[in-house]
Write a protein that binds this ligand. Sequence first.
Ligand code: KG4
Ligand code: ZN
Length: 358
Amino acid sequence: MLVLGVESSCDETAAGVVADGFSVRSNVVASQMDVHAEYAGVVPELASRAHEEKMLGVVDEALRLAGCRPRDVDAIAIGHRPGLIGSLLVGLAAGKAVAWALDRPLIGVDHVHAHLISGLLPEAGAAPGGVEAGFPALGLVVSGGHTAIYRLDGWLAIRRLGGTIDDAAGEAFDKAATVIGLAFPGGAGIDRLGSRPGADDHAVEFPISRIAPDSLDLSFSGLKTAFLYAARGVPGPGGVYQRDGASLSEERKSDLAASFQRAVCRAIVLKLERALDRLAEPGGPAVSTLLTGGGVTANTRLRAELAALAARRRIALRLPRPEYCGDNAAMIASLGWQALRAGRRDAIDLRAEPTTAC
Ligand code: KG4
Ligand code: ZN
């Protein structure tokens, strides 16, 4: 079954064609990074307009690269939640139009849940590898908009165990990057600086949020403030900072970035350990897999720490290939296929929803 996936929840316009859930035929992503860079954040109205401009071209390109005509597509999967409402509506309108014109079924997909399947996707054009997730699984989504931990008993049985109570991890990365003068979105820039040989990850002992002894929630807003003060100094009378973060030496920036990454990774791994302990309690399920996704899973240090965690706990780790870490439509088509083969369908009045299902 060939599924066309459509994604437009935030600032990436994406379409992709996936055969039988895991064979990626095409995965086209048009980024809007340049549009939002000068504002150091995504401007919703500009995002909607850019989706509007790019969507049809992106869908055409995805079909062309997949080597198929529109009528070869068997179903359309649309990322319809969560996200910026104006952005979601563009993808939803395009996906519905294709489904209606071709008389094909459509299915709405939760974008955050779709990140969890991205670690199972092979390179576009390659044969799918081992596609068994191994349930029950623990799931981690770390992106610019979301950071949460899930228990999965199947692709359609996803339960949120905990998550950030304030900012997403990627938001903290982006703000930290802005403070030291890196371009938006700066997660990759912090990664590059923090991974430099000689960078001291104990240069600053940033706070690692624990929230409560048994909590599976996370918090990154305190870390953001601590990073701001470490870079610019504590503001004096009138809120005037002692220095400009962008003017720090490259060495100091690297130390700050390394220390920041250590704190983010420690907080995430701590909560995953807690979740694994909780699920391993007598009568609890034996978790066999850690499924991960979201833009921050591109982070070098986080990938290494997740690999070490999986080895310690003897569970399989599914990390997305680089092209599937961030927002993409192959993951939407892949999770959509799981719902379609379970017999689910949505009607043409499917709505865009700003929040995730759980
Ligand atoms: O999943 P994504 O593309 O969009 C959302 O659904 O939010 O994630 C984007 C986020 C941004 O905050 C970006 O800075 C971050 O992922 N990111 C990284 C890295 N690459 C992208 N964060 C840390 N290290 C990276 N290498
Ligand atoms: Zn995302």
